[in-house]
Design a protein. Structure first.
Length: 359
């Protein structure tokens, strides 16, 4: 039997699938992601009211130019083909099990994890969580198709990151710095101006960047990869608390992108977990390098987290009240971290986002 939350999410998807994945030239449509987070966290009753305001900013779904076929590589990374990619993936998920489609394309898309400031992989991660939690239905499958299509159309590699492929037969032993230390060692680009594409390009000019992006060595066993990736998400959320003021919106993605990958792992063959973790690290490290400030915020600027047994629920409710889509998505990830670690700093980081991001 369909839950009221699932029905609300389907209705939200139906409204949003008539809109394009971007607006105002290049801003990503966060509607499906924020709506899924609100439903998942018990705020389904507020989704349509939130969408009423948000959708006024969106644009109509674009027209296509031709079908994607055997030469799909030529259309990879071409935002003009997003409608064509969407038609392709809608057909794929209607003709095959969605997990098969996801596994086929996951490894193809991972090298372009920086697509649309990582919004491609984030949208896919939310779609996968919805499918795994709610079960399959046409609207949920269509949302997965839209997420994969956006990722493919905006496909963009992280400069200097090693090619992402299936791990060798004899995987590396677990070694290297922990996520917190590795993030602290990531060098910053000197010129932190302009958009993400220009900033990413400057990474090639940073002498220490290749070593930084290659610093963490992945665990040898699949069983250890999931907690390793969870540790990366934990570290990025906590780092936002002290360094989010570098760019309150864009630093959010250093946590939400690896968390989207973490959420997708259970839907993937374990052979894909190592390249997934590598891509998550590349994304988090790159966003840290191009947006993090030189120094942490003063301790007096940091908020106290809510206390009590409903602290996580209160934190997410404050994000919904704030209303910004980035704040909602970050609170969703921070709540995951708090549930896993019990660290109240994760909730404080979510509250910090409400201070740093304009309503």
């Amino acid at each position: 039997m369909e839950s009221s939350g699932t029905g609300t999410l389907d209705e939200a998807y139906q409204r949003l699938h008539a809109t394009g994945p971007e607006f105002d030239g290049w801003l990503s449509n966060h509607g499906p992601m924020a709506a899924e987070a609100m439903v998942r966290r018990g705020h389904a009753d507020l989704v349509h009211r939130w969408l009423d305001g948000y959708m006024a900013r969106l644009e109509e779904f674009p027209r296509g130019s031709g079908p994607i076929g055997a030469g799909w590589q030529e259309a990879l990374g071409d935002p003009r083909r997003v409608a064509d990619w969407t038609a392709y993936f809608r057909r794929e998920v209607s003709e095959q099990p969605w997990r098969s489609v996801l596994e086929t394309w996951w490894l193809r898309l991972l090298p372009g994890v920086a697509a649309a400031a990582t919004h491609g992989v984030i949208r896919v991660g939310h779609a996968v969580r919805a499918l795994m939690h709610d079960g399959e239905d046409a609207d949920h499958l269509t949302e997965l198709a839209h997420g994969l299509a956006y990722w493919a159309a905006r496909w963009q590699p992280v400069p200097g990151a090693a090619a992402i492929e299936l791990p060798p037969v004899a995987p590396r032993a677990a070694a290297g710095p922990a996520a917190t230390g590795a993030l602290a060692a990531v060098p910053r680009i000197a010129d932190q101006s302009g958009g993400i594409r220009g900033r990413l390009a400057r990474l090639a000019e940073v002498p220490d960047w290749p070593a930084a992006v290659a610093a963490p060595q992945l665990p040898a066993s699949a069983e250890a990869l999931q907690p390793w990736l969870a540790g990366l998400v934990d570290a990025t959320v906590m780092r936002y608390l002290a360094y989010g003021h570098g760019e309150g919106v864009m630093m959010v993605h250093s946590a939400t992108a690896p968390n989207a990958i973490l959420r997708t792992l259970p839907a993937l063959d374990q052979r894909l977990w190592a390249p997934s973790a590598a891509a998550a690290w590349a994304a988090a490290a790159a966003l840290t390098a191009i947006y993090a400030p030189a120094a942490p915020a003063a301790q007096t600027a940091l908020p106290d987290p809510p206390g009590g047994p409903q602290a996580a629920e209160e934190t997410f409710a404050r994000a919904v009240e704030h209303g910004d889509e980035h704040v909602i998505k970050f609170a969703d990830t921070a709540t995951d971290v708090f549930a896993r670690t019990g660290n109240p700093g994760a909730l404080a980081a979510a509250i910090r986002a409400t201070h740093l991001v304009d309503r």
